[in-house]
Design a protein around this ligand. Structure first.
Ligand code: PLP
Length: 405
């Protein structure tokens, strides 16, 4: 059976060029980048070249790039490295758990957090960030793109608010990197997290932009790696792979690849929306079908809601999202549901709930996230399989029969 992978926001495969770039650094160029002999120097030079590529990717100086293990570490570092007892932290209710759980931990250490709710479309209103500020607000953290809805957040406006308030600004750029152009100068942030495995690089490696002069304490201590900002022997093959992935991502933004993916996503979305009782989570009201849309605020109604090119999040009335994920998987299609398993219990997505969906609709939502290598044939296959699976499940579903609350 041909398999179609539409879960790129969970992780992506390595591109062949990335594997090829990494290969020598596991074998003949295995040196420790801190060693002074030739083997070490070769590894060190590879890390330096990668740092220059990442500086271009972020639009920053080489010295402002810190390599680490990925998005979770960067997000945690921003919070644990900057906040101290008595500080106030402003973030949003739709962040990744790497931010939310770190904020929870900081509550035990005398840091209060305000979680700003999104508008029903999934967009964070900059005015809501402004209203959450207090004199003791030290850090604001907002994601560039949401992993579930794909909605792009107004980080530039939030950057301006942070500057006026004299607060530090962290952007979780994990889901935006490679899908939109990163420009930390334009965004006005002090810190920005990215992760290689969301952009066709290896797992367990990432980088953080740290603006020069930002007084951040390192999470890990030990050797003086990464200018004392992240101790631990450099993962040279991973760093080389991340740099190659970043180089290819910059190309994809310019050579029409991302626009092509947007076209495929739009065709997929339009095809699925032909089914009754479906609608998009995180889109404008005009795109909603099958029922009254949510009540939009003024900031949104005057601004279209931008999304990354590869993501659509769709609700299907009268069925359980999890059952649909399994049914699609059995037919060779990999997607994610609008719920997450926490300690054995299936909880509706905190992102969709914060957007105002009720539990039933949040549980009945699916995220389709296309790889940048997706094809017309992939979309055709999904558009054949989804209606069959939905029709079958609705026919047998206890939700459809009204026996589930
Ligand atoms: N931030 C966002 C928005 C994410 O989607 C993810 C991964 O799902 C992370 C952070 C964590 O990144 P990593 O898997 O590299 O730890």
């Amino acid at each position: 059976m041909k398999r179609v992978y539409m879960d790129a926001n969970a992780t992506t495969p390595l591109l062949p060029e990335v594997v090829e770039a990494m290969r020598p650094y596991w074998m003949e160029r295995f040196g420790n980048a801190s060693s002074i002999h030739l083997d070490g120097q070769q590894a060190h030079a590879a890390v330096d070249r990668a740092r220059a590529t990442l500086a271009e990717f972020f639009n920053c100086h080489d010295a402002e790039v810190v390599f680490n293990s990925g998005g979770t570490e960067s997000d945690n570092t921003a919070i644990f490295g900057l906040l101290r007892p008595g500080d106030h932290f402003v973030t949003t209710a739709i962040e990744h758990s790497a931010i939310l759980a770190a904020a929870e931990r900081m509550a035990l250490h005398g840091v209060e957090t305000s979680f700003v709710a999104p508008q029903p479309s999934g967009l964070i209103d900059p005015a809501a960030i402004q209203s959450a500020l207090r004199p003791e607000t030290r850090l604001i953290s907002v994601m560039l793109a949401n992993n579930e809805s794909g909605v792009l957040q107004p980080v530039e406006e939030i950057g301006r608010i942070a500057r006026e308030a004299g607060a530090f600004f962290h952007i979780d750029g994990v889901q935006g990197a490679g899908k939109v152009k990163l420009d930390v100068r334009r965004f006005g942030c002090h810190l920005c997290s990215i992760s290689a495995h969301k952009m066709y690089g290896p797992k367990g490696i990432g980088a953080m932009f740290v603006r020069r002069g930002t007084p951040i304490e390192s999470l890990l201590v030990g050797g003086s790696h990464e200018r004392r900002r992240r101790a631990g022997t450099e993962n040279v093959p991973g760093i080389v792979g991340l740099a190659k992935a970043a180089e290819l991502a910059m190309l994809s933004l310019e050579d029409g690849t991302i626009d092509r993916v947007a076209g495929l996503r739009d065709r997929l979305e339009a095809g699925i929306l032909r089914l009754s009782g479906t609608g998009v989570n995180g889109a404008r009201q005009s795109q909603m079908l099958g029922g009254p849309g949510p009540d939009f605020g003024t900031w949104e109604s005057t601004n279209p809601v931008p999304r990354v090119a590869n993501t659509t999040n769709i609700w299907f009335d009268q069925l359980e999202g999890e059952a649909l994920v399994i049914a699609l998987d059995l037919k060779g299609v990999a997607v994610s549901g609008g719920s997450a398993c926490h300690s054995g219990a299936t909880e509706p997505s905190h992102v969709l709930m914060a957007m105002g969906l009720n539990k039933t609709r949040a549980r009945a939502s699916l995220r389709f996230s296309l790889l940048k290598t997706a094809t017309e044939a992939d979309v055709d296959c999904v558009l054949k399989v989804v209606p069959e699976a939905v029709e079958h499940l609705r026919a047998i579903s206890p939700v459809a029969a009204g026996t589930l609350g």
